[in-house]
Each structure stands twice: as structure tokens, then as C-alpha cells.
Design a protein around this ligand. Structure first.
Ligand code: ATP
Ligand code: MG
Length: 366
């Protein structure tokens, strides 16, 4: 038995024409860290709020610890939640904001102090403990909201974009803090974000949503290596996967601009029932410019002209037009190709993805 079960969970807001969430199915084990990701408006917050009990469930069942809780009040669900639009009590200090929930629960005073001091320390709020929210930055307020949730001994944390107002450096350190916290407390966590890096680095499993529908559930590398459709392939990974409209004839792939590559025999065999037009996807790091790869795949060397470069420090991104589409290759920082340079490259055939032209579903997992 899973700890939290979502069975065809659906939400249609009053007066809305369409469902905001439709048939969401998921079994969450106790202690798991689950991330919901997807573009704005895909239904992440709505799902989280249904689990918390702040939004009525239109259809389907929510089961926590074996018990159906559709009608249960939020406070009786054993959950604490950090909201996307957190509201702090304006007249209370940071300390009192964090302590408030515990005071309400009649926790002894010395225990409250211990917990709040710990949260203030973990969240780096020491110098602000006596300040009121109006004198804090957005990121500091967000940390106070996080503090309010983590001091409660609940079995489940729901977090709705808890790091969205933090600067890049603080985001990385808070990402680590939340992961550490999760390991220490062992509490089941559902974490909403539209930052796929957060989802990839923190979650045991990721749920990818679009338009109120779950598109794929899996471990981070499962999603990265084996996306089930073009949307997932494009959503996970930065820079985005390159996509090309191609046509397959036997073992020959022809791109829109007339370029061709020959597939290895085993790959051509797997695709033999899928001749004709399709979409080819390849990640930037699987476009190779180095000598050993050019040598290994010397019959399939392609060429293009670099039209932009991004020097990232640890690596470089090369932009070029190829196959009728804008393309990005992620190359080593030692590759010093410049704008206007003619480059030679190959597509690693072991890392190519193929999608049906109409349904955009993955044809085979490469
Ligand atoms: N109270 C409401 N009444 C009617 N429609 C709503 C309401 N709240 C949300 N919606 C709609 O439901 C859909 C899902 O919204 P939701 O807030 O769950 O998205 P989200 O994935 O959290 O997006 P974001 O990343 O922007 O926070 C959207 O189309 C939104 O406009
Ligand atoms: Mg939201």
C-alpha cells in the first residue's frame, strides 16, 4: 500500500469550461520526494491544493495512509504546506511568524524555541529574527514561509515553488537544505516547480504535466534518457533537445535541407516499421565535434556554420542552422569555434530519439 494515492484526481473550477486537472493517477511511497513540473497553468498548484484540502476534489479519490480523505479538513490530513503566494502575518516578527503554528498547537514554550531557533539557523535568518515581514526582501520572506512549514512535525510536506523568489546562489543552497532536510526528517514531500533543474536534482521521481494531464512519471534520468513524447523530451534538459522533421527510407534519414545520414543496422532494423516522415530528436551534448567521434562515424559527418556561441565557463554552446532547424551543440570549453566558423559534427546514433510526426509519441526508446 502506498502512503498517498491519487486516483483519477480531477478538478473543474466553478464556471470553468474545462478541467484544470484531469485523471491524475499517482502512488507515492512514504518518504518519497516527488516533484511536479510543467509549464505555467498546467495544474500543479491545483493538484497540490487538492491534496492539502484547500481545493475541493471534483472527481476521483485522494487516499492517505489507506484512508479516503476527500472530505477531510486540511488540518486533519497531517500535512504542512508552503504556498506559492505565501502570506506572512505582517504584525509579527520572523520568530513569531515561524512559531505561530506551534503556539496554536499548544506545543510547550521551550520546545517551540528549540524548533524555531533550529529553523532560523537552517534558513539563515538569524539577523532578521526580530524583523517584521515588510522590512524583509522577497527571498527572506520566502524563507520565513518555509520555516513555518518545517517546524511542524508532519509526515508530509507540500511545497509550491518555495524558492521562486530567491536569487540564483540562494536557490542552490536552499535546494541543498531542502534535500538535506528531507533526508533528515524522512517526510514525504511533494514539491512543485517549473524549474526542471530543481526537479532533476531534488526528486526521487518527477511528474511532468501539461494542460492538466500527466505526461510521464519517472526517476530523473529515466525521463532524461527515455522521454515518452516530444513534450517531455523538450521540457527536460537545458538547452532544449534539438528536433528535426525528417524522413526515413530504409536506413537513410533525410533532413529538410537535403542532408542525409545512414543509421547503424540495428537501429534501422528497430525502425523498419516506421518508414516515412517522423521527428528526430537529439540533445546538444550528443552532437559531437571531437576527432575520435568524427573518425568513428566518418561516413556520417555533417557540416554547418556557427551563427552564435555561448561561453558558459564549464562548456560552450554552439548555435547553427542545420536540417531546416536552429540547432545547439554543447561542446567542451576547449572547443573554441567562433561565429562564422564551418564546423564538422556527427549525431551520436545511440542517443537519437524518434517521435511520431502526428502524435509526437516516442517511436522507440534509444
Ligand atoms: N480559482 C480558479 N478558478 C478558475 N480557474 C482557475 C482557478 N485557479 C486556477 N485556475 C486555472 O486552472 C489552471 C491550472 O492552474 P494552476 O494554478 O494549478 O497552474 P500551475 O501549474 O500551478 O501554474 P503556475 O506555474 O503558473 O503556478 C489554469 O488554467 C488556471 O487559470
Ligand atoms: Mg502554481
Amino acid at each position: 500500500m502506498s502512503f498517498i494515492e491519487l486516483k483519477n484526481l480531477s478538478k473543474k473550477y466553478d464556471k470553468a469550461d474545462n478541467y484544470s486537472v484531469k485523471d491524475f493517477n499517482l502512488d507515492i511511497d512514504e518518504g518519497e520526494f516527488i516533484a511536479f513540473v510543467g509549464p505555467s497553468g498546467c495544474g500543479k498548484s491545483t493538484t497540490l491544493r487538492m491534496i492539502a484540502g484547500f481545493e475541493d476534489i471534483t472527481d476521483g479519490d485522494l487516499i492517505i495512509d489507506g484512508e479516503k480523505v476527500n472530505e477531510k479538513a486540511p488540518k486533519d490530513r497531517g500535512i504542512s504546506m508552503v504556498f506559492q503566494n505565501y502570506a506572512l502575518y505582517p504584525h509579527m516578527t520572523v520568530y513569531d511568524n515561524i512559531a505561530y503554528g506551534l503556539k496554536n498547537m499548544k506545543v510547550p514554550k521551550d520546545e517551540i524555541k528549540k524548533k524555531v531557533d533550529w529553523a532560523i539557523d537552517v534558513l539563515g535568518l538569524e539577523e532578521f529574527r526580530k524583523r517584521k515581514p515588510k522590512n524583509l526582501s522577497g527571498g527572506q520572506r520566502q524563507r520565513v514561509a518555509l520555516g513555518r512549514a518545517i517546524v511542524k512535525d508532519t509526515k508530509t510536506f507540500l511545497m509550491d515553488e518555495p524558492l521562486s523568489n530567491l536569487d540564483a546562489k540562494l536557490r542552490v543552497s536552499m535546494r541543498n537544505e531542502i534535500s538535506n532536510l528531507h533526508r533528515t526528517l524522512g517526510s514525504t514531500t511533494i514539491y512543485v516547480t517549473h524549474d526542471q533543474v530543481e526537479a532533476m536534482t531534488m526528486a526521487d521521481r518527477i511528474v511532468i504535466m501539461k494542460d492538466g494531464v500527466v505526461h510521464q512519471v519517472g526517476r530523473p534520468m529515466e525521463l532524461y534518457e527515455h522521454p515518452t513524447n516530444k513534450f517531455v523530451a523538450g521540457f527536460i534538459g537545458s538547452p532544449q533537445m534539438n528536433f528535426y522533421d525528417v524522413s526515413l527510407d530504409g536506413d537513410t534519414i533525410t533532413f529538410k535541407d537535403g542532408n542525409k545520414i545512414t543509421l547503424p543496422k540495428d537501429l534501422a532494423k528497430k525502425l523498419e516499421d516506421h518508414q516515412g516522415e517522423m521527428i528526430l530528436g537529439i540533445r546538444g551534448e550528443d552532437i559531437k565535434l571531437d576527432e575520435p567521434n568524427l573518425e568513428k562515424y566518418k561516413d556520417n559527418i555533417l557540416e554547418a556554420t556557427v551563427n552564435n556561441t555561448e561561453i558558459m565557463g564549464n562548456e560552450n554552446n554552439l548555435y547553427f542552422d542545420f536540417g531546416g532547424a536552429g540547432s545547439i551543440a554543447r561542446v567542451s570549453k576547449y572547443d573554441v569555434s567562433d561565429i562564422g566558423d564551418r564546423i564538422k559534427f556527427i549525431f551520436n546514433p545511440e542517443k537519437m530519439h524518434f517521435f511520431d510526426k502526428d502524435t509526437e509519441e516516442a517511436i522507440i526508446f534509444t
